[in-house]
Every structure is written in structure tokens, then in C-alpha cells.
Design a protein around this ligand. Structure first.
Ligand SMILES: Cc1ncc(COP(=O)(O)O)c(C=O)c1O
Length: 442
């Protein structure tokens, strides 16, 4: 197995040997020795259509041979025009215009800069502050990292980060009210208003948050009124609400946007990951005319130039992904198979080290605890989540571990987000392998 310091790859993990993956098919991955893994998390919440989708592959090839690259300041092209229209049709509220980038971090970075530019060009330059939820994650570039309520990722970079006041994230499992009280300041959204008032509403430009918890809170689901309350608070104080759907969007929770069941629409929205099912990198910032118009009448452009934005091949891949989702009716399938997955995972609750199983659609978080009655987390030194993920990997199951959500240091989660084409037999296999890995670790 290859690994550092062999060869010339600066590996993402410098102290592990990695299998040499050679092929993917459906929910399965294969290495050069013929070993197989059930990819229960689509790599990193990315592979929604499954591996080896021929329709997307041929759309990419066709676009590359027709028009591989042009610069978005000089030309527009069919794939970008069509994709923007498709996304506008699906987006919540009045989000009508799509600005394309490569990664989720870039989309977050651009959305935050757009919010700031909008206020400056609207004659409100004093609106500079960004608020975000903690725990929460928005990416690894400097502004996105500043907005991320994930202290460990910031360890070496504090002197480069901007200050982003935090609002406690709705996280029912670790809230005193267990998500049961509409009067709880955290679970109702009132905590956001408190922070806006403390900071001074006239100074607050934007509030960024994940509609459904990503890895930071392990698929925590806010109360039904949470986002409508957030909408009202942001309107009251003229704060732009940015919904970061890089992970939760493009169908992962059973609706195109995870906000649909909440009946609330943000001012700006980001998507990434599953938007091309991972065949090529693509992310998007969606904005309404009322915001874009301000730039159009003012400076004339978003001050955020990137060479690969509005990329033809990436846009063609996203269009083909949407076509496949429609052809195979995958959105309704996510809702149905999500229920199957959640029902079958219920068996894990009997395990003494499983504190919670939660999520929506094909997005699941399983929280591990040292004591299920008190919800006490394992001490970080035990590295429970990492050891669990390794045991699962050894058992041929790819999951996503996460740590630190309980108190910033302790806390162990495993997340599942299988491709939308996952079958019931594969779900059984996921549950079996998950249980087997849990036995090994405990
Ligand atoms: C909610 C959210 N926003 C932003 C990002 C950053 O995306 P990327 O890793 O593509 O830069 C992620 C990545 O996990 C995410 O989950």
C-alpha cells in the first residue's frame, strides 16, 4: 500500500498507508488487489448518483471535446445558461441567479464577500460583521474558516482569521431542552437575535448557517419553526441570511434544498459536493435579483474573480447529474430509502455506546458516548471516532468520523450518506458492517 514518504504525493494523511483505489461502481469501491468497500458516505457526502455513472461521464467527455474552457469574463455558454436556469427553478424563495465556483469553501468565501459588497454598494458600509453557528463548518479558506465553529481546524491560523461572533447551534441531543421546547433560546433561534443585538444590528452584514447540521453536529435537525424564526429575525435587523447547503443541498435530505420542509428562504445560498455527484468539482452561490441588481447598478461585478468559475465542463456535469436524478426519480427515492436506512439503524440504539441516531433522508449522524444515560462523551485521548472509522474501513465500510462537537474537544460521531441509488440489501450490509465495527471498537 502506498504512503508517505514513498513516491511524490503529498498525501492528505502523512502517517497512514492508503489502498490504491482503481474502480468504483454504484455504491462500491475497489482497490488494486481486488478488495472492495461499501461507500456509505459517498466519499465525503459527495457521490449522490453512485460511482461509474456513464451518462455523466459521457456528458463530461462531450463537453470537453466541444468547448473545454473559456473565461467567464469573455463569453457565456450553453451549459452555464441551462444549469443556472435549472438551479433557479429548484431554489427556495427568490434565488434566481447562480454564480459558479469550484469548491464549497470558494462558494462560502464568495457568498460572504457578496454580502459585504452588497451592503457597501447599498450605502451601508458600517455593516461588516458575519455571525455563524457553533459548532458549524463552512470550509477551509481563511474567511470560510473564520466562519467555521470548529476550533481544531483553526489551531495554527488564529492570527490570520477575522473575528466571527458565534451563535449556539441548534443541537437537540446536547441541549438542555433536548429540542423539545419552543421557548428554548437556542432551539427557537432567539439566541441569534441576542447576538445581533449585542453586536449592534447596524454593524451585522450576514448570518451564515447550515440548514441541517453537517459533520459538526452530525446531522442535527433544528425544530420546525427554527428557520422561519431566523428569517424573521434577519428581516427585523436587516441582516442577510446565507444558507450553506454545500453538504445538505442537491437532494441529500430528500428535498432539493434541506430548507424546503421549513418553509423559509434565505437571501443567499451555497451548494457544492453532490451537485455534480463528485465527477468534477463545482459549487454555486445563488442570489436574488434584489441583491444582484445593486451590484449591476453600482460597481458592475462581484469583486471575486477566479479562473475556473462558470466552467463549461463542470456545468455540463451538473446538468447531466440533474438529468440522471430526474430520469431515475432519485429525489423521492432519497426520502423513501432514507426512511428505510433510519428504521434499520434503530437497532444501534440498544448499544450502550450509541447516544443518538439522527438525520433526514440519506444523511445520518450516529453519536457515540461513554455513558448513554448522562450523554458523557469519551475523553478525546481515546480517539473513539477515529478508531471506529478504521474498524469500519477494515470491515469494508467507508464512513465519515467527526470529533469535538460535544464541548469543542470531546465528542465522537460517525456519519453515513450513501449514494441515492443504494438498495435495501446494501442498507442491510451497511447496518451489519457498522454493528460489527462497533463490537470491535468496544
Ligand atoms: C456545510 C459546508 N460548507 C462548506 C464546506 C467546504 O466545502 P469544500 O470542502 O468543498 O471546500 C463543507 C465541506 O465539508 C461543508 O460541509
Amino acid at each position: 500500500m502506498p504512503g508517505y514518504p514513498d513516491g511524490h504525493v503529498f498525501y492528505r494523511s502523512l502517517n497512514r498507508q492508503l489502498p490504491l483505489a482503481v474502480r468504483g461502481e454504484g455504491c462500491w469501491l475497489y482497490d488494486a488487489t481486488g478488495r472492495s468497500w461499501l461507500d456509505a458516505v459517498g466519499g465525503a457526502f459527495v457521490v449522490s448518483l453512485g460511482h461509474g455513472n456513464k451518462h455523466v461521464a459521457s456528458a463530461i467527455g462531450a463537453q470537453a471535446t466541444t468547448l473545454g474552457y473559456i473565461n467567464g469574463t469573455q463569453f457565456t455558454h450553453e451549459p452555464v445558461e441551462q444549469l443556472a436556469a435549472e438551479l433557479a427553478r429548484r431554489a427556495p424563495g427568490d434565488l434566481s441567479h447562480a454564480y459558479f465556483l469550484g469548491s464549497g469553501s470558494e462558494a462560502v468565501e464568495a457568498a460572504l464577500k457578496l454580502a459585504r459588497q452588497y451592503w457597501v454598494e447599498s450605502g451601508r458600509p458600517e455593516k461588516t460583521k458575519v455571525l455563524s453557528l457553533a459548532p458549524g463548518y463552512h470550509g477551509n479558506t481563511m474567511l470560510a474558516l473564520s466562519a467555521s465553529g470548529r476550533p481544531r481546524y483553526q489551531t495554527f491560523f488564529h492570527s490570520w482569521l477575522v473575528s466571527v461572533p458565534r451563535v449556539p447551534a441548534p443541537y437537540p441531543y446536547r441541549c438542555e431542552c433536548a429540542g423539545q421546547s419552543g421557548d428554548c433560546p437556542v432551539c427557537s433561534g432567539a439566541a441569534l437575535e441576542r447576538v445581533i443585538l449585542e453586536e449592534g444590528p447596524e454593524t451585522v452584514a450576514a448570518f451564515i448557517a447550515e440548514p441541517v447540521g453537517g459533520s459538526s453536529t452530525g446531522a442535527s435537525i433544528p425544530r420546525p419553526e427554527y428557520w422561519r424564526n431566523v428569517r424573521a429575525i434577519c428581516d427585523r435587523h436587516r441582516v442577510l441570511w446565507i444558507a450553506d447547503e454545500v453538504l445538505s443541498g442537491a437532494g441529500r435530505t430528500g428535498t432539493w434544498s434541506a430548507l424546503e420542509p421549513y418553509g423559509a428562504a434565505p437571501d443567499l445560498l451555497t451548494m457544492g459536493k453532490g451537485i455534480t455527484s463528485g465527477y468534477v468539482p463545482l459549487s454555486v452561490v445563488m442570489a436574488p435579483r434584489r441583491i444582484v441588481d445593486v451590484l449591476a447598478k453600482g460597481s458592475g461585478a462581484l469583486l471575486h474573480a477566479q479562473t475556473f468559475s462558470h466552467h463549461p465542463v463542470a456545468c455540463a456535469a451538473a446538468l447531466a447529474t440533474i438529468e440522471e436524478m430526474e430520469r431515475q426519480a432519485l429525489l423521492p427515492r432519497v426520502a423513501v430509502m432514507g426512511e428505510v436506512l433510519h428504521r434499520k439503524l434503530e437497532v444501534l440504539r440498544a448499544h450502550p455506546m450509541v447516544g443518538d441516531v439522527r438525520g433526514r433522508g440519506l444523511l445520518v449522524g450516529i453519536e457515540f458516548v461513554a455513558n448513554a444515560a448522562t450523554r458523557e462523551p469519551f475523553p478525546r485521548a481515546q480517539k473513539f471516532a477515529e478508531r471506529f472509522a478504521q474498524a469500519a474501513f477494515d470491515a469494508g465500510l467507508v464512513v465519515w468520523p467527526n470529533t469535538g462537537h460535544a464541548n469543542g474537544v470531546d465528542g465522537d460521531l460517525a456519519m453515513l450518506a450513501p449514494p441515492f441509488i443504494v438498495t435495501e440489501a446494501e442498507i442491510d450490509e451497511i447496518v451489519n458492517r457498522f454493528g460489527a465495527a462497533l463490537e470491535i471498537v468496544t
